[in-house]
Design a binder for this molecule. Structure first.
Ligand SMILES: [Zn+2]
Length: 299
């Protein structure tokens, strides 16, 4: 009898543990699927296709999907883009909402590409775009099976990566609109994931995040340490303008998980045509996805 109980308990523990496992290979498959659509910058056919792909995907996992659509004028380019933030809610009646966000658009130009003749062309955005969203997609799948004890909103921000480097004005357009027109009211804190698929994962603490929400930084890095993940480095990195900034300015304490470090000069493919899936790894996605998942589930 005793043996049976022990066996039953261990089966329970195994099943609990496996329910909370973030599978980096699955996330990697979603990264590749996004890149197969092609570049996904505002105004492109890939942008429209990707939007529909995300919506159809999320419909499998929640009925609580909100599309926050708006028109964004870019006077310097004489264009107006139709942009869409996609918001997927889980356990929304439970309050104390956590926002987990990433940007789904990709950059319309490759200004740092070594080939000047190709700098005006849009990038594929495997790491810069698809990686963060791949983590959110797999989280949606898991949260549909294991409803969190608090409200969780997975937010796919549009229009993050359009801007020019002389100004922040046309960066983070989706998160700016979201923060100015909050479509859900009870968000108490936020985690942004961006550029977290690089196979040489190095995530130092982003300075603005530390000022905004030190406690959340400490908890995330503690989870990573307990898991033995070497991609999270408990040292101060630089300050980065990303989707967490408009949220912080709107009063939502936020942390940006971002890998802006490239250990070798030849691996710096940021905003070039070399930002392709072969530079990313399932293991990196798993480290980030598992840390966020453990935090959501209160581990
Ligand atoms: Zn970018």
């Amino acid at each position: 009898m005793k043996k049976v109980i022990i066996l039953w308990l261990s089966v329970m523990m195994i099943s609990c543990h496996s329910a909370a496992k973030f599978d980096g290979e699955k996330a990697m498959a979603y990264l590749v699927e996004q890149c197969e659509i092609g570049p996904r910058h505002p105004g492109s056919t890939g942008h429209e296709k990707a939007k529909n792909y995300y919506i159809e995907f999320l419909k499998n996992y929640t009925d609580n999907i909100l599309l926050q659509e708006f028109d964004q004028e870019i006077p310097r380019d004489s264009v107006t883009f139709h942009l869409t933030n996609i918001i997927a809610g889980f356990g929304v009646e439970k309050g104390n909402a956590l926002l987990v966000g990433a940007h789904w658009d990709t950059r319309p130009r490759a200004e740092f590409d070594p080939d000047p003749a190709r700098r005006h062309l849009p990038i594929l955005g495997a790491n810069d775009g698809a990686s963060g969203i791949a983590v959110l997609m797999h989280l949606a799948e898991i949260l549909a099976q294991k409803e969190p004890e608090r409200a969780v909103y997975l937010v796919f921000f549009d229009g993050e990566d359009y801007g020019y480097h002389d100004s922040n004005e046309f960066f983070c357009m989706g998160s700016k609109y979201f923060a100015a027109n909050l479509p859900v009211k009870d968000i108490t804190e936020a985690i942004i994931v961006d550029m977290i698929g690089d196979q040489y994962l190095e995530i130092p603490i982003e300075r603005g995040s530390y000022r905004s929400h030190k406690n959340l930084v400490d908890r995330l890095w503690k989870i990573a340490k307990d898991r033995g993940y070497d991609g999270f480095q408990k040292q101060m990195g630089s300050e980065i303008y990303d989707d967490h900034v408009p949220l912080i300015e709107a009063g939502i304490p936020s942390v940006d998980l971002i890998d802006f470090t490239y250990p070798h000069s030849y691996t710096n493919y940021w905003h070039t045509h070399a930002d392709t899936p072969d530079k990313c790894s399932a293991e990196s996605l798993e480290q980030v996805g598992q840390v966020v998942l453990d935090f959501i589930l209160g581990k």
